[in-house]
Design a protein around this ligand. Structure first.
Ligand SMILES: [Zn+2]
Length: 373
């Protein structure tokens, strides 16, 4: 009885105990608890309610958590752990307070990334690592923190970097297609042209560049393969190029996407790159600013480097299309992306104003070691 009251008090459902009897206040608290846990509400502590109460009193860190078979551990501590892992971008499904295979796998992945033995159980060492990171990491996996550390430490030069450029669609999938008199504009063709121009500009600045496809591939490479290619090349940056389309011809503008989920988890470096690409393109081209957005698409989720997907204008907008079919406009877009990639490697405190990098002089400036400040 005292135990039940203690748990309910700990859950803020009952004021600290005065007597020892199962009184009206306790019954009301049990009902409130049953309701909050989706149990049938009868105000009595049967076996099921007791199990739920028992699970509710565990605080994270009070016991070692592991994947027990066949009866998995459950409790509020498991739920707290799952929420923490979700916040950092690990896949535990939803926080259901049950320490199942998926949770164990996420814990093992976390352990690997922070350099602990990946046994999938959460004991004092893992708890310690979670606590230490807890203050630093908001919405970003340790892997991503290391990613931005690596970028900061490797200096501002573009020479020797690897950039993978991904012209969207291709092969059997032309993307957005718009007939224009006797002509026919396709997203696949336009973004491949953009990719080739970008390849030329980046290569001139000393960057190793790889495209995910040629101008006329036989089939359309799935996004998972494109991400895999970038990973296998150890790319420093991944840029996917698309144009948008909408039934309403009035829809226009540029938008840039980076990895992130609905619960606020985001790739910090991906988000920074997306912001730079978006701002440079808007400033240099005057396309409408449709902002940056977090998406959990395979392409962005599976790539292990800062990755963005840019939708450069709406091919279905007569205004955007007129600009996109002009090679000089496409050069402006490309210059904007080169400037964004360059700024990605500047330490944040030495960043420069949007639109200020003269891309044509990039190589000379970088070679001379003067970092445009
Ligand atoms: Zn597309």
């Amino acid at each position: 009885m005292t135990e039940i009251r203690t748990v309910l008090t700990g859950l803020d459902l009952l004021p600290p105990a005065t007597g020892d009897e199962f009184d009206l206040a306790t019954e009301r608290a049990v009902r409130a608890f049953q309701q909050s846990r989706g149990l049938s509400v009868d105000g009595r502590v049967g076996a099921e309610t007791w199990r739920a109460l028992d699970a509710a009193r565990w605080r994270l860190g009070a016991r070692t958590l592991y994947h027990a078979v066949p009866e998995p551990l459950t409790g509020e501590d498991v739920r707290s752990l799952q929420e923490r892992l979700l916040e950092m971008g690990y896949d535990v499904g939803h926080a259901d307070a049950v320490y199942g295979v998926r949770t164990a796998r996420a814990v093992a992945q976390f352990q690997r990334e922070v350099g602990l033995k990946p046994d999938g159980s959460c004991g004092p060492h893992t708890m310690g690592a979670l606590r230490r990171l807890g203050r630093k990491v908001v919405g970003g996996r340790p892997q991503w923190l290391r990613e931005s550390d690596a970028i900061r430490q490797s200096g501002p030069t573009l020479v020797g970097r690897t950039v993978v450029i991904d012209p969207g669609h291709g092969g059997t999938d032309p993307g957005v297609v718009v007939p224009d008199g006797p002509l026919r504009w396709s997203e696949a063709d336009l973004v491949h042209d953009l990719a080739s121009r970008l390849e030329g500009r980046l290569a001139a600045a000393g960057v190793r560049v790889q495209l995910t496809r040629g101008p006329t591939p036989a089939t359309c490479l799935p996004d998972t393969d494109r991400a895999q290619l970038a990973n296998s090349l150890g790319a420093d940056v991944f840029i996917s190029l698309h144009t948008d389309g909408h039934a309403n011809p009035e829809a226009d503008g540029v938008a840039t996407y980076h990895y992130g989920t609905d619960n606020g988890v985001t790739s910090a470096t991906g988000e920074r790159l997306a912001g730079l690409v978006q701002r440079e393109i808007v400033a240099r081209t005057g396309l409408r600013d449709c902002r940056t957005h977090a998406k959990a698409w395979d392409l962005l989720r599976l790539t292990r480097m800062p990755a963005v997907r840019v939708e450069v204008g709406y091919l279905t907008s007569p205004q955007d299309r007129n600009r996109l079919v002009d090679p000089r406009f496409r050069d402006k877009v490309v210059e904007a992306i080169v400037a964004a990639v360059q700024r990605m490697f500047f330490p944040i405190e030495r960043d420069v104003p949007t639109g200020s990098i003269d891309v044509s002089e990039l190589r000379a400036v970088v070679a001379a070691g003067a970092v445009m400040d």
